[in-house]
Design a protein around this ligand. Structure first.
Ligand SMILES: Cc1cc2nc3c(=O)[nH]c(=O)nc-3n(C[C@H](O)[C@H](O)[C@H](O)COP(=O)(O)OP(=O)(O)OC[C@H]3O[C@@H](n4cnc5c(N)ncnc54)[C@H](O)[C@@H]3O)c2cc1C
Length: 466
């Protein structure tokens, strides 16, 4: 029998990455097994643990007053729970055959091997930095880490002018546009796509576009950034696209992330078409009994399309960590997949989506009907009722719900959860029309906007079938 890797023959779990997925896994494994049964060593190259990147736009915008509110659990709290946490220590190699990882302590420069019995890879994602002149100039900011957030706040405080350019109009771009508006900047969003929020169909993205303009944000679509110009002091001064130049006292980049899988690839672990690690339902790296991976470094199964997808969201990272920790701690849990739910907002405009867009449905060969309905957030006569647009996709003939997108004000975002549940339960739009949703005038019209869309979609499916 081989010896276990930990002290005195105790099993050792090694975790790479100290944020949502990694520390959820470590904490859950610790709940199931005490330090006498399982040694847990977690490596984090940064100097924070378990922080909410999701909160950065609200901290930068001033809604959240201080950085530390975004830290769910500090390194000291993890250590007090019996996790041997090594901060500022980067894992530089995984030796799968030898069951050990190599790590470098940033402070001392020391490199050493640590053997493991069980390994968790939770290395997250790497933000895309454009390979363009000026992209690394002072005044150009990413918003991935708390240090990035602090650096941006420092720039905001020092900025000589009030012109900000956000590159990218995904949810991070639009959330950062709001943050900068709240800080009193004039904001231009430069976007490569046809409309902002490419996770929506363009017709719904168009509504976001109009609403952003209504908020005073200049929205530039179909624009490819070619370079960033710097001034005599070396700081960024403009963003240049193929046909225009946008003056900028600061620039925020929100052009997406890629799975951070360089270590895993070098170790020969399997990655998929989107560059994320491939796992089974228990979040075990395929073909490796004692290695798990979760969070932004993995691909997930989309339950509606039946295909692997890359969906880097904190909501999944936390669930993956829980599943991994349960399995690594000797229990049993699975992560069945996602339906593609995501919500965000820009000022008071809420944006929500779940399931498939038209192009996703087409790509996997599904035939479908679409409906778009205009309704209101509350009974029309109740004070504060605001317009809400719901788009719904249903499979032709079967009527199975395929996707929902909602744009509106108060109450629009979390309404999409109705559709997320319906997708998970593989309901038809006909079945949805009978859902017993709550109603009182302050919360919805007597027919909730989602039910109005389901009724219209059911009628269209019915007509299509006859
Ligand atoms: C501005 C912003 C807003 C967001 N808003 C939302 C939102 O509203 N809702 C939502 O669901 N999601 C949101 N997200 C996404 C969410 O933050 C991520 O999905 C989540 O943080 C992923 O967790 P993770 O543990 O997989 O990866 P990360 O949080 O990226 O953590 C990975 C950790 O691993 C460390 N690491 C990597 N390689 C090594 C190595 N070799 N050695 C040691 N350590 C290493 C990194 O330093 C990092 O701390 C947002 C993200 C950003 C940037």
């Amino acid at each position: 029998m081989s010896m276990s890797a930990g002290r005195g023959g105790t099993e050792r779990l090694v975790v790479i990455g100290g944020d949502a997925a990694g520390m959820s896994a470590a904490s859950q494994a610790r709940r199931l097994k005490g330090p006498g049964e399982l040694e847990i060593v977690a490596f984090e190259r940064g100097h924070f643990t378990s922080f909410s990147a999701c909160g950065i736009p609200y901290w930068v915008g001033g809604d959240v007053p201080e950085r530390d509110r975004l830290i769910a659990r500090t390194p000291e709290e993890h250590r007090a729970r019996g996790i041997d946490l090594r901060l500022r220590t980067e894992v530089t190699g995984i030796d799968v055959a030898g069951r050990r990882v190599r790590a470098r302590d940033a402070a001392s420069g020391d490199e050493y091997w640590t053997p493991y019995d069980k390994l968790v890879i939770a290395t997250g994602a790497r933000p895309v930095r454009p390979d363009l002149p000026g992209a690394d100039a002072p005044g150009v900011h990413g918003v991935q880490t708390l240090d990035d957030g602090q650096a941006l706040l420092d720039t905001l405080a020092r900025a000589r002018g009030r012109r900000a350019v956000v590159v990218g109009a995904g949810y991070i771009g639009v959330e950062m546009a709001e943050a900068l508006i709240n800080r009193g900047f004039e904001v231009t969003v430069v976007n490569r796509g046809r409309e902002p929020m490419s996770t929506l169909d363009p017709d719904m993205g168009r509504m976001v576009h109009r609403a952003m303009e209504g908020l005073g944000i200049t929205m530039v679509n179909d624009a490819e950034v070619t370079k960033l110009l710097t001034g005599g002091d070396g700081r960024v001064r403009a963003v240049v696209t193929q046909d225009a130049e946008y003056p900028a006292d600061l620039v925020v980049l929100g052009i997406g992330v890629r799975p951070e899988t360089s270590l895993a690839r070098a170790a020969g672990l399997p990655v998929g078409a989107h560059g994320g690690l491939l796992t089974d339902l228990a979040m075990r790296v395929r073909g490796h009994e004692d290695i798990w991976a979760g969070g932004d470094c993995v691909e997930v199964l989309n339950l509606v399309s039946g295909q692997e997808q890359y969906v880097p969201l904190g909501t999944h990272a936390n669930k993956h960590g829980q599943v991994i920790g349960t399995n690594a701690g000797g229990g049993y849990a699975t992560f069945p997949g996602v339906v593609g739910t995501a919500v965000s907002k820009v000022c008071d405009l809420e944006i929500a989506r779940t399931g498939l867009r038209e192009k996703d449905a087409r790509r996997v060969g599904l035939r479908f009907e679409t409906v778009t309905v205009e309704s209101t957030s509350r009974a029309g006569y109740y004070p504060g009722a605001s317009p809400m647009t719901v788009k719904m996709l249903a499979e032709r003939r079967t009527g199975r719900l395929l996707g929902v997108q909602i744009v509106g004000r108060e109450g629009a975002a979390k309404r999409v959860d109705i559709a997320a549940v319906a997708l998970t339960a593989r309901m038809t739009v006909e079945q949805m029309t009978a859902l017993d949703l709550g109603y009182a005038p302050p919360f919805s019209p007597v027919w909730d906007p989602v039910l109005v869309a389901a009724r219209k979609a059911a009628a269209k499916v019915h007509r299509g079938a006859s």
